[in-house]
Design a binder for this molecule. Structure first.
Ligand code: 5GP
Ligand code: ZN
Length: 114
C-alpha cells in the first residue's frame, strides 16, 4: 500500500490539484489526458480493483458516482455527455491498482471502446 501512487496523491505526498474532495473521495486531472476533460475519481481507501469491493464499500462506490455527477455539472458537460469508466485488471488496461473511475468528456467518445 505504501508504494501506491494514488494513496500518495490522496495523502498529498504526490502533488495533484483536487477538483473535488469530500474527505472519502477525491478527484484530480489525469496526468495523461485522453480527452479535453479527463479526471480520476478515487476513494481515499486503498482498494486494488473492482474485484476487491465488498458490501462495506457500497456507499463509497456510490459516492464516487455522485462525485462524477457533480463534477460533470460543474464542468458543463452534464447535458452534452460524458463517460465514466473503471478498468479492472489486465484485459481492461488497468495500470494503477488503486480503484479509480475515469471521467472523460469534451469530445465525442467512440463506442465500443478499443
Ligand atoms: P488505468 O489504466 O489504471 O485505468 O488508469 C490509470 C490512469 O492514471 C492513467 O490514465 C494514467 O495517465 C493516470 N496516472 C498515472 N500516474 C498518475 C499520476 O501520478 N498522476 C495523475 N494525475 N495521473 C496518473
Ligand atoms: Zn492506494
Amino acid at each position: 500500500m505504501n508504494d501506491c501512487i494514488f494513496c500518495k496523491i490522496a495523502a498529498g505526498d504526490i502533488p495533484a490539484t483536487a477538483l473535488y474532495d469530500d474527505g472519502e473521495v477525491l478527484a484530480f486531472s489525469d496526468i495523461n489526458p485522453e480527452a479535453p476533460i479527463h479526471l480520476l475519481i478515487i476513494p481515499r481507501k486503498h482498494i486494488p480493483t473492482l474485484n476487491d469491493l465488498t458490501e462495506v464499500d457500497a456507499a463509497l462506490i456510490g459516492r464516487m458516482h455522485l462525485a462524477a455527477k457533480q463534477l460533470a455539472a460543474e464542468l458543463g458537460v452534464a447535458d452534452s455527455g460524458y463517460r465514466t469508466v473503471i478498468n479492472c485488471n489486465h484485459n481492461a488496461g488497468q495500470l494503477v491498482f488503486h480503484i479509480h473511475m475515469h471521467l472523460l468528456a469534451g469530445r465525442e467518445l467512440g463506442w465500443p471502446p478499443g
